[in-house]
Design a protein around this ligand. Structure first.
Ligand SMILES: Nc1nc2c(ncn2[C@@H]2O[C@H](COP(=O)(O)OP(=O)(O)OP(=O)(O)O)[C@@H](O)[C@H]2O)c(=O)[nH]1
Ligand SMILES: [Mg+2]
Length: 214
């Protein structure tokens, strides 16, 4: 389904989910929108995952994210249900450590990314999680749901982290685990769909009263 979204207003609904109201023909509808943080060491491929998802493109050159990049990702979780993920792609370079936490507040979900060719990037995942849990409470005080991604799965010849290690870590926290490749697109759309479905189930939108309806 191609959806033409003309955003007319952002509203906060009891601080739980953001509704984006849009018009489609003569009707005003609301779409559930959620704030998703994308964190992990510099160069693990966070921005590349977004680029692959939005443009179906991959760039071999590394351009560090300076501070933060914001993307609105519209996904249909089924034929009738669009969801918007506002993804906050946080530059992993140490120079942005202080700035980064300013974007944590009010998040609904976090994507923890490491690079399967870098054991160091995997070993830093607990620090990323600690930073998140120290700095934020979710909008309704629940533990922040997360997913763990081992990216660059196409680079098997340089692998340092076997899938079982990533999966064990994720399991120990009750988080889902996937390996992904921003280069080939492996698992990229699937994980964003999974996140959107999970958020929609956890924070279902409050439907607005349409004009003329009681
Ligand atoms: N082979 C391969 N290379 C990747 C993959 N994902 C990213 N890269 C490469 O890794 C480098 C870093 O990618 P970025 O997406 O910029 O990394 P980042 O995590 O956003 O880095 P920061 O913005 O500094 O935090 C680039 O040279 C990409 O081309 C992947 O899945 N496979
Ligand atoms: Mg980046």
């Amino acid at each position: 389904m191609t959806l033409f979204v003309r955003v007319v207003l952002f509203t906060f609904v009891k601080d739980l989910s953001i509704r984006v109201r849009y018009t489609q023909g003569d009707t005003t509808l609301a779409v559930a929108a959620y704030k998703v943080l994308l964190v992990g060491d510099a160069s693990v491929g966070k921005s590349s995952l977004i680029r692959q998802l939005l443009l179906g493109e991959f760039d071999e050159d590394y351009t560090a994210t300076v501070g933060v990049d914001l993307s609105a990702i519209a996904l249909n979780i089924d034929t009738f249900t669009p969801v918007i993920l506002t993804v906050i792609d946080l530059g992993g370079q140490a120079s942005f450590d202080e700035l980064r936490t300013k974007y944590y507040k009010g998040a609904h979900y976090a994507i923890l990314v490491y690079d399967i060719t870098s054991m160091e990037s995997f070993e830093n995942i607990p620090y990323w999680l600690e930073g998140l849990t120290e700095s934020i409470k979710t909008v309704d005080g629940r533990t922040l749901p997360c997913i763990v991604l081992g990216n660059k799965a196409d680079m098997t010849h340089q692998r340092e982290v076997i899938p079982a290690i990533g999966r064990n870590y994720a399991d120990s926290h009750g988080f889902p685990f996937y390996e992904t490749s921003a280069k080939t697109g492996f698992n990229v759309k699937d994980i964003f769909l999974r996140i959107a479905r999970s958020l929609y189930a956890t924070y279902p939108p409050v439907h607005p009263k349409l004009p003329g309806k009681k």
